[in-house]
Structure formats: C-alpha cells, structure tokens
Design a protein around this ligand. Structure first.
Ligand code: FES
Length: 71
C-alpha cells in the first residue's frame, strides 16, 4: 500500500457525472493523480472530457467554445 492508496481510501467513494461533450463532474472528495505523478485532493472538481482545456486534467470552460463536430 502506498501513500496514494491511503488517500483513495480516505475519499470513501465518489459521485461522478459525465456530461456529453463536456466535463466529468466529481461531486465528492477525490484524489486526482495526474500524468506527471503529482496528486491533488479535491472536495469536488470537474475534469476535462472534451480535450480543449488549457488546464488539463481540469475543465476550464473551453468546452463551451468547441463544436460537437470537433470532438
Ligand atoms: S470539458 Fe470543459 S474544457 Fe473540456
């Protein structure tokens, strides 16, 4: 068991809403391990599901400017 496993156990589950052509909304405490290995602990967050965010893995609202044909 590593440090991240302990953090995930502390989250005690998550509610996740995947919006079409938009963000993946996590409505409960969660642990986000990013591609570079850094870890964020969030009370709630929105992950980019469209690929347009300049602040990946998080949604920055850019999906509002992306046509569904671009996804
Ligand atoms: S889902 Fe919002 S910027 Fe990608």
């Amino acid at each position: 068991m590593n440090e991240n496993t302990n953090l995930i156990d502390a989250a005690e589950g998550a509610a996740i809403l995947i919006k079409a052509a938009g963000p993946i909304v996590i409505s409960s405490k969660c642990v986000i391990t990013k591609a570079d290995g850094t870890v964020d602990i969030k009370e709630k967050t929105s992950l980019c599901g469209c690929g347009a965010s300049a602040n990946k893995p998080y949604c920055d609202g850019s999906h509002k400017n992306v046509s569904i044909n671009q996804l």
